[in-house]
Design a protein around this ligand. Structure first.
Ligand code: NAP
Ligand code: ZN
Ligand code: ZN
Length: 351
């Protein structure tokens, strides 16, 4: 085993703190990645604080992982030492069920092994995420990253990127369509960039007036400040499709009313508290309310290649590991421009 420096949550209400975990030497079909950057997703915060149910502590969050391959098992064929590689929200799955066979491992009926707060396939070993120096993973669950890309801006694509790309792709977003994005945070800003790259006319719904200028720079044509009393008066029946990336409980009604007939509202934000839905807001106009969970490995690779081709990257603020708790507080206040990314070399240097 390889002792590995990390940052972990030890309880729901204490700050994250330095910790040492063990990573295994790579098996025949595994690679060892020296982690260079790891994004901070709001799911890390929900989990570190047991907001989605009891978390297994200590918990090392992080599922937007990029780094360099430093060791490979003897059967590895897709990676060589020195390659850049990424790991997203899951590190394994059964590989046999219908979902796995159709490249949607995130919906594995035997439950995927998520990157942290989950178990490896032996159903005994806890998984630990990217707030750490290195990770060992089966090559089939790692993503290839082009050497020419700035790694810190690629890291958030592994969750925020694929989570927004997958529903946009699935629902056939294309030129001329009107797409709304609710919440301009990590997921939201990627949703804007990706919808724009697919040709849509994008509108941001936000509670933060200070984000208006950025929304336009990111590619949105319109910005609606949802706190203003007249926010929704001119958008009734306007949108083909809306991505909801809000991390806290809120009312879906005004957004459902903003959809065209047969329009779709996709929930990506996973607010811990349930919301009510008015039947009439779906019945009139045959609207659809649905959800979406990240994306499979094949689709994540497709998204990375799409982003490389279209020059889509995340806007990031790179921080040392010692600033993780501060970054959590700022994310909770909506003060994120637009993803915090940990420079994990600071774990090694102790900065
Ligand atoms: P984030 O960076 O914190 O962004 C969330 C944004 O939502 C905030 O910046 C803010 O934008 C808005 N917001 C926050 N609280 C709000 C409130 N009470 N009312 C209205 N708007 C509010 O978070 P993230 O990393 O993008 O993640 C967003 C959510 O998606 C989290 O719940 C996360 O767990 C979930 N998630 C789901 C998946 C999936 O597979 N479905 C994957 C990753 C993450 P404004 O300032 O613009 O209002
Ligand atoms: Zn995430
Ligand atoms: Zn499966």
């Amino acid at each position: 085993m390889i002792p590995t420096k990390a940052y972990a949550a030890f309880s729901a209400d204490s700050p994250l703190a330095p910790h040492t975990i063990q990573r295994r030497k790579p098996g025949p079909d595994e690679i060892l990645i020296e982690i260079l950057y790891s994004g901070i997703c709001h799911s890390d915060i929900h989990t570190a604080r047991s907001e989605w149910g009891p978390t297994q502590y200590p918990c090392v969050p992080g599922h937007e992982i990029v780094g360099r391959v430093v060791e490979i098992g003897r059967k590895v064929s897709r990676f060589k030492i020195g390659d850049h590689a990424g790991v997203g929200c899951f590190v394994d799955s059964c590989g046999k069920c219908g979902e796995c066979r159709s490249d949607e491992e995130q919906y594995c009926t035997k439950h995927a092994s998520f990157t942290y707060n989950s178990l490896e396939r032996d159903l005994e070993t806890p998984t630990y995420g990217g707030y750490s120096e290195r990770i060992t993973v089966r090559e089939a669950y790692a993503l290839k990253i082009k050497k020419s890309l700035p790694l810190e801006q690629v890291a958030p694509l592994l969750c925020a990127g694929i989570t927004t790309y997958s529903p946009l792709k699935r629902h056939g977003i294309k030129k001329g369509m009107k797409v709304g994005v609710i919440g301009l945070g990590g997921l939201g800003h990627m949703g804007v960039k990706l919808a724009k790259a697919m040709g849509a006319e994008v509108t941001v719904f936000s509670t933060s007036p200070s984000k208006q200028k950025d929304a336009k720079k990111l590619g949105a044509s319109h910005f609606i400040l949802t706190k203003s009393p007249e926010a929704f008066t001119n958008v009734q029946g306007m949108f083909d499709f809306i991505l909801d990336t809000v991390s806290a409980k809120h009312d879906f009604t005004p957004y459902l009313e903003s959809l065209k007939k047969d329009g779709t509202l996709v929930l990506l934000g996973a607010a811990p508290d349930p919301s009510e839905v008015q039947a009439f807001s779906l019945i009139f106009g045959r609207k659809k309310l649905t959800g979406s969970l990240i994306g499979g490995i094949r689709e994540t690779q497709e998204m990375l290649d799409f982003c490389a081709k279209k020059k889509v990257l995340s806007e990031v603020e790179v921080i040392p590991a010692s600033k993780i708790n501060e970054a959590y507080e700022r994310t909770l206040k909506g003060d994120v421009r637009y993803r915090f990314v940990i420079d994990t070399s600071t774990l090694r240097s102790g900065k």
